[in-house]
Design a protein around this ligand. Structure first.
Ligand code: NAD
Length: 281
């Protein structure tokens, strides 16, 4: 099957690399024009690098290589005016907006919640929660005005549905965006705009593979654990036995929710996590 989102226009946040890039490219392969944005700059309180301008340009080139059009811009999801400008430019260029994937996010160093520094707490909440709200706020008006319906997908996390020790701010923000998406699904159903959430388990992106400060979760016995030291720890959490899933596994779920194949699915949370959330023990 091809052309599953033919003629649609999709906006993807956090598109410089990782899942966001995979979403942009997968949607383009299936016929969508893409509005892509990323902060493309460091977030000081995080212990790993963010995407870069060069990576955002590479995403744009990958989209164009599929034959689809792209507007790729640097924007911080904490800056609602900047998001508004990107949406205005993208909708101006492509004439519509049908699909939105809010994928931008950060994952802070692992520590008990009473030890989270205030700046780190605010960055996680501002990006992973308020950044999603900002995104939803600027995309809904043009989608409603167009009257074409549409599909919005928020990337939450398995950590948003469980209280993951040492990831308190992250779990709180990811849990909150599930409720935000469910609320919006109720608000937009009559407008034929669907809103769903994907809850990935571990995915092999730099958020995990370059996030060395989280490796201690798996190997507190080592002074400076490497990713290799942690592979078995990641694997041990997963009933299906892989340490992580691939970005394409999340992009394929996104594509289904973005396409009309899921036209009556709204308000749901779709885990893509090797059965981790459903584990009996
Ligand atoms: N990787 C995992 O294991 C995993 C698991 C569950 C959920 N998630 C979620 O999936 C989403 C995508 O993460 P990923 O795995 O692709 O990680 P990633 O770090 O590779 O990509 C995240 C992208 O978001 C961008 N970004 C960060 N802050 C931003 C901001 N303020 N404004 C705009 N862009 C910003 C980064 O520059 C980066 O390019 C995130 O919301 C993350 O929390 C990831």
């Amino acid at each position: 099957m091809s052309g599953r989102v033919e003629g649609k226009v999709a906006l993807v946040t956090g598109a410089a690399r990782g899942q966001g890039r995979a979403h942009a490219v997968r949607l383009a392969e299936e016929g969508a024009d893409i509005i892509a944005l990323d902060i493309a700059a460091p977030v000081a309180s995080m212990g790993y690098p963010m995407g870069t301008k060069e990576e955002l340009a590479e995403t744009a080139a990958l989209v164009e290589a599929t034959g689809r059009r792209v507007v790729a811009r640097v924007a911080d999801v904490r800056d609602r005016d900047a998001l508004q400008a990107v949406v205005d430019e993208g909708v101006g260029a492509f004439g519509r907006l049908d699909v939105v994937c809010a994928s931008a996010g950060v994952s802070p160093p692992a520590r008990p919640l009473w030890k989270i520094p205030a700046d780190e707490w605010h960055d996680v909440i501002d990006i992973n929660l308020t950044g999603v709200w900002n995104t939803l706020s600027v995309v809904v008006p043009p989608m409603l005005a167009a009257g074409n319906g549409g599909s919005i997908v928020v990337i939450s996390s398995g950590a948003g549905l469980k209280g993951v020790p040492h990831l308190g701010a992250y779990s709180a923000a990811k849990g909150a965006v599930v409720q935000l998406a469910k609320t919006l699904a109720n608000e937009l159903a009559s407008g034929q705009i669907r809103v769903n959430t994907i809850a990935p388990g571990t995915v092999d992106t730099p958020m995990v593979t370059a996030n060395t400060q989280q490796f201690k979760l798996f190997r507190p016995d080592l002074a400076e654990p490497t990713l290799e030291d942690c592979v078995e720890g990641f694997r041990s959490m997963m009933p299906m036995g892989q340490p992580w899933v691939h970005v394409d596994d999340i992009a394929n779920a996104l594509l289904f929710l973005a396409s009309d194949e899921s036209r009556y699915i709204t308000g749901t949370v779709l885990p893509v996590d090797q059965g981790n959330l459903n584990r009996a023990v």
